[in-house]
Design a protein around this ligand. Sequence first.
Ligand SMILES: Cc1cc2nc3c(=O)[nH]c(=O)nc-3n(C[C@H](O)[C@H](O)[C@H](O)COP(=O)(O)OP(=O)(O)OC[C@H]3O[C@@H](n4cnc5c(N)ncnc54)[C@H](O)[C@@H]3O)c2cc1C
Length: 411
Amino acid sequence: MFSLGARVKIAVVGGGPAGLYLSILLKRQDPSHEIAVHERNAAGSTYGWGVTYWAGLLDKLRAGDPESADAVAEASVTWTDGLAIVRDQRTVHRGDAGFGIGRRRMLGLLADRAAELGVELAYERPVTGPDAPELAGADLVVAADGVHSALREAHADHYGTTFTTGRNPYIWLGTSKVFDSFSFAFKETGHGWIWCYAYGFSGERSTCVVECAPATWTGLGLDTMPEGDCLALLEKLFHDLLDGHELIGRDRGTEPAQWLRFRTLTTKNWHRGRTVLLGDAAHTTHYSIGAGTTLALEDALALADALRTGPADPAALDAALTSYGKRRRAELVSAQSAARLSAQWYENLPRYMDLEPDRMFALLGQRHSPLLPYVPPQLYYRIDRAAGRLEALRRLKRWLGPRVARAVHRG
Ligand SMILES: Cc1cc2nc3c(=O)[nH]c(=O)nc-3n(C[C@H](O)[C@H](O)[C@H](O)COP(=O)(O)OP(=O)(O)OC[C@H]3O[C@@H](n4cnc5c(N)ncnc54)[C@H](O)[C@@H]3O)c2cc1C
């Protein structure tokens, strides 16, 4: 068991999924640990709507802490179908079971579980930097303070921080329509395509993420419109998907709507002395693969694992944090590649929009493929269909994909 002294003091900065879940795991590992989570916001106030995850995550969470895993499972909704509306045509695909849970609900469940185990939850407590009084005397400081992490930014060079900003503006909204399938709508306007995807996360609400190219955004006036007008225009564009339901932003007021460009973060080193990065503070992956929360929770599982066996001295802590960072950076490679390819697929959307809707939808499901950007979409679709029937071809495709991607990358 990780132990630097009689009573280990752990300061976690950030009460998002990563910070809360790590505090649960470490407290379970050793109830004598003194663990405090410092969160700048008030309890129950958070950004975002629902988040998606897949069944494999629940198995991992059950191994980490069955109680919180059961609570997350119980509060989640599930779907198997995917629906796409392309212009006015509908197409449906059956897929693997997906899950959605409200971000606020999940944080509430994790916070309750952490408090039950004896973790101190300090809300409305912003930690200003590595020398903040909240961190004094801590044996271990966990920077789980999200993509804008103040603890990481204070030593950005040491952590080897790199940001890449996506091309397309997007907005993360809620809606009162409750979707029972993972649903997309692609609409052609006089200024180019605009699209959204939506999924349920409770019995009353769904998430709706809208995205378009910059020229479409400015052409439609979305860049300058007050939020109220912006939501009204999006409701009109996506009326068949929303069935007349409203979109929900901040307050539908006169302030500009919260359009953003996604920032992909990578870091080379994940710890500095007693401070370690966790979740979005260490890495982000484009929202279109719906994996950031899962990856943050997996970081927490890996860090708790690394701290389980360390002997009682600071050098061992350093070794444990090094091995955690090394393991997670390796495990993240495929998700980071999928996220990059997925973001690019959407940035090249017009390339796929002349296909029949069911073919376009099939290739949307293949957007993580490194081969797809280099093969004409119709041909890729036919190869994929054939590969679906012929396992040998599928293996060839898997073998060829990374080689083509590497060769093109080198070129
Ligand atoms: C549009 C969009 C859609 C997404 N959809 C999905 C999805 O479907 N599935 C999925 O898995 N992921 C999704 N994500 C990603 C997911 O939201 C994040 O990856 C996840 O929240 C990361 O968890 P975290 O705990 O590391 O960071 P965060 O959730 O960002 O938590 C960080 C916490 O730290 C607090 N904090 C920050 N600074 C300080 C400070 N100085 N002092 C104290 N507290 C501080 C913040 O208030 C926050 O509570 C999406 C993201 C976006 C943008």
